[in-house]
Design a protein around this ligand. Structure first.
Ligand SMILES: NC(=O)c1ccc[n+]([C@@H]2O[C@H](COP(=O)([O-])OP(=O)(O)OC[C@H]3O[C@@H](n4cnc5c(N)ncnc54)[C@H](OP(=O)(O)O)[C@@H]3O)[C@@H](O)[C@H]2O)c1
Length: 232
């Protein structure tokens, strides 16, 4: 008799995320908002310094989730604070397209995102010096000029442009301002939040949005919450 293999907590979260991504959608990409926070909702050390919040099991889950999405998006403050690669490294899987919101093209020429050989970043911006545009394009970045709409770039337009580029699913990974904006504008379909037991003073996260349904799993020392975000 074939042995039944019990799904792990991480497998269950992956299955839930995938089921939402597979739902029939309109023209817009499906958006998953995801972050790691302490029990009190802190997502970065004081002053924005990089801090490891989640344990190895939830880090691995984050990479599995990245591989499920066509693109992964962060705000420029996260690039400046963390210099992330936004790649899938801890598991086998396809590499999502890195996307950055950066109204004034503050994107550093030395960013690790520009050093990636496989996928160069797509940067959404509003206005910049032509020499800055040329510098970034020379390094392989693709620039999308976008109109603004408080609190920053017009997210509906960003999503429209991404859809036109063939992006059907988007993982928004931070930081707090960008996550808050996607949630406040009703653009997120689902949330995956890693809640660690670590204690730290620092930058408050976006806060867990109203959820229509949710599941919580233990992953090593962390709890991982998945939820379908209530439409606004
Ligand atoms: N724990 C985690 O899971 C996690 C994940 C990621 C980041 N982080 C932490 O988060 C911190 C950064 O977060 P943050 O809130 O300061 O910055 P952020 O969300 O990374 O970036 C915010 C910036 O993005 C730009 N932006 C453009 N359009 C926007 C829009 N429509 N809505 C919001 N922002 C828009 C704005 O800069 P311009 O006006 O210049 O365009 C804005 O100041 C870092 O310390 C990082 O370590 C934690």
């Amino acid at each position: 008799m074939p042995q039944e293999i019990e799904a792990s907590g991480a497998d269950r979260i992956v299955a839930l995320v995938l089921s939402v991504l597979r739902e029939e959608t309109g023209a817009r990409p499906r958006v998953t908002v995801t972050w790691a926070q302490t029990a009190t909702g802190v997502i970065a050390a004081a002053g924005g310094a990089r801090a490891t919040i989640s344990g190895p099991e939830s880090m691995k889950l984050t990479h599995r989730l990245r591989a499920l999405h066509d693109a992964i998006l962060v705000g420029i403050q996260t690039v400046l604070a963390d210099d992330p690669q936004l790649s899938v490294r801890l598991v086998e899987g396809s590499q999502p397209q890195p996307v950055v919101l950066d109204s004034r093209l503050r994107f550093p020429r030395t960013a690790r995102l520009l050093a990636r050989a496989d996928r160069k970043p797509w940067i959404f911006y509003r206005a910049a010096d032509p020499s800055d545009e040329q510098e970034l394009e020379k390094r392989g970045a693709r620039l999308f000029r976008t109109r603004a709409s408080a609190p920053g770039l017009d997210l509906a337009e960003v999503l429209r442009v991404l859809a036109a580029q063939g992006i059907r699913s988007l993982m928004v990974e931070g930081g707090a301002k960008v996550l808050r904006a996607f949630i406040a504008q009703g653009l997120a379909c689902q949330a995956v939040v890693t809640v660690s037991q670590s204690r730290m003073e620092g930058v408050p996260g976006p806060g867990i949005p109203a959820l229509l349904s949710s599941v919580q799993e233990s992953l090593g020392p962390d709890a991982v919450l998945w939820g379908r975000v209530a439409a606004i």
